[in-house]
Design a protein around this ligand. Structure first.
Ligand code: ARG
Length: 469
């Protein structure tokens, strides 16, 4: 302990009764969370109002006392919002700062607010309320991004580009189809988020420190006042459970993984080597030394920020590991990773939702790229199969034609019938229908296929689904 640990000053800590000396000044700073948990103030006040309202309903507080508390809390909320509220590290966290100020203002009634409650169920309630609101904001941004993807996919339903495996040209696809692949990833993320919300949306209030309380509380009522679906079922679990936060981070990690994959493609596509898209200038930055540069910073940053979100997931899993029941101070460490994950996800979604509708497809360049690399080779093999050649043999024939194409510098669609026929005499004039890129994509006309018609119908289905959210 510090030499200069002050003698116990009167009544600075709401829990100071059994202590005979003041907290070491370093320990005070070390254990305080007010620096980062003050952002819970709004939900802390809402939770306290619900608690006081419930206490009045069951007769623990008079209506007058309840009203004094509510008015006092609303005045504090206003001060916090206009920046005049004095936060104090001595008062450790957001909960004690608000409660102590309330008592200072309204006197003895303020001290009654904490009846039948502990900071343990209070903080669990606050975080759930906070995360629930953030989930709703994130759901809206995700929907905005998905809507943007659908609009671009619709516009580019027939735009042809190369599809890749191993980052080598594989088969022609439509750009709309590619964007719908991103849409599907995000759709699963959305479903995971909604599933997480169900488990977030339960009220731990009333679990008190760990065992519940002797007051005749009405947990269903306070849960209802806060818009929770129901009270949680076990008081020990209620104060110690943070898996709703871990679940959120798991959702966030997968979402960021998907955004990082899309980012990577945007970075590649906007390079002069690919030249598939143009990212508007407002999403890019220049170089201080190379005047020609236009760098895709936004997708690069989104890709980079995936790392910190993955880190937060691991932090929370490790934080929770081996914790005995019930509440432990370890849990105070849940906030910074959680808050940063929430912020990062919101920012990245916002960037993407703004950027996606603004990208331009460089159609000619995509088309040219799709022509290179013998992307219709599979179509030719399928054509030969249609003329009764076994697939393995047709694969061999097309392989030889590709070798010829490499030597002669010609794509399959550029060869004449006279050049094609020596490789197989079943090849006729109709081969050119399948060798064109348009023919190739149009032929993949089944659910989930790349044909423009399928893209349009997938967009229509998805738009209907989004409209019912
Ligand atoms: N600041 C604490 C946290 O974030 C609040 C709960 C503290 N409870 C306690 N018994 N020390 O977890």
């Amino acid at each position: 302990m510090n030499q200069d640990t002050p003698k116990k000053p009167p009544d600075t800590k709401p829990w100071g009764g059994r202590f005979s000396e003041a907290t070491d000044t370093f320990v005070e700073r070390f254990t305080a969370s007010v620096g980062f948990d003050q952002r819970l103030y709004h939900h802390d006040i809402n939770g306290s109002i619900a608690h006081a309202t419930m206490l009045a309903k069951v007769g623990v507080l008079s209506d007058e006392e309840k009203q004094q508390i509510v008015d006092g809390l609303e005045a504090i909320r206003a001060e916090i919002e206009n920046g005049t509220f004095q936060w104090s590290v001595t008062l450790e966290d957001v909960h004690m700062n608000i409660e102590a100020t309330l008592t200072e203002r309204i006197g003895i009634t303020g001290k009654k607010l904490h009846t039948g409650r502990s900071r343990n169920d209070q903080v669990a309630t606050d975080i759930r309320l906070y995360v629930r609101d953030e989930i709703d904001t994130i759901a809206k941004e995700l929907t905005r991004l998905q809507t943007g993807l659908l609009n671009v996919a619709e516009r580019e339903a027939a735009t042809i580009m190369p599809g890749f495996t191993h980052l080598q040209t594989a088969q022609p696809i439509t750009f709309g189809h590619h964007l719908l692949a991103w849409f599907e990833m995000l759709q699963r993320d959305y479903d995971r988020l909604m599933d997480c919300r169900k488990r977030v949306n339960q009220s731990p209030l009333g679990a008190a420190a760990l065992a519940g309380t002797t007051y005749p509380i009405d947990r269903a009522y306070s849960a209802e006042l806060m818009g929770f679906e129901k009270p949680t079922a076990n008081s020990l679990d209620s104060v110690s459970d943070r898996d709703f936060a871990i679940e959120f981070c798991a959702f966030a990690s997968l979402l960021m993984t998907h955004l990082s994959r899309a980012s990577e493609e945007l970075v590649l596509w906007s390079s002069s080597q690919f030249d598939f898209i143009d990212l508007p200038d407002r999403f890019c930055t220049g170089s201080s030394i190379m005047p020609q540069k236009k760098n895709p910073d936004v997708p690069e940053l989104v890709r980079g920020k995936t790392g910190r979100v993955n880190g937060h997931l691991i932090s929370l899993l490790t934080l929770m590991k081996s914790q005995p029941l019930a509440y432990n101070k370890d849990n105070q460490e849940d906030k910074e990773p959680l808050f940063d994950a929430l912020n990062t996800v919101k920012d990245c979604l916002r960037a993407f939702a703004d950027m996606i509708p603004a990208i331009t497809a460089k159609k000619e360049s995509m088309y040219k790229a799709a022509k290179r690399g013998f992307s219709t080779a599979t179509d030719l093999a399928d054509y030969l199969v249609g003329k009764n050649i076994p697939f393995r043999d047709s694969h061999e024939i097309v392989g030889k034609l590709v070798a010829y194409g490499i030597d002669s510098g010609k794509d399959l669609s550029e060869m004449t019938l006279e050049e094609l026929q020596p490789f197989s005499d079943v090849i006729e004039q109709d081969v050119f229908e399948v060798l064109t890129l348009e023919g190739s994509v149009a032929a993949r006309n089944h659910v989930g296929g790349t044909a423009p018609q399928q893209v349009l119908s997938a967009v229509a289905t998805a738009k209907t689904a989004l409209s019912t959210r």
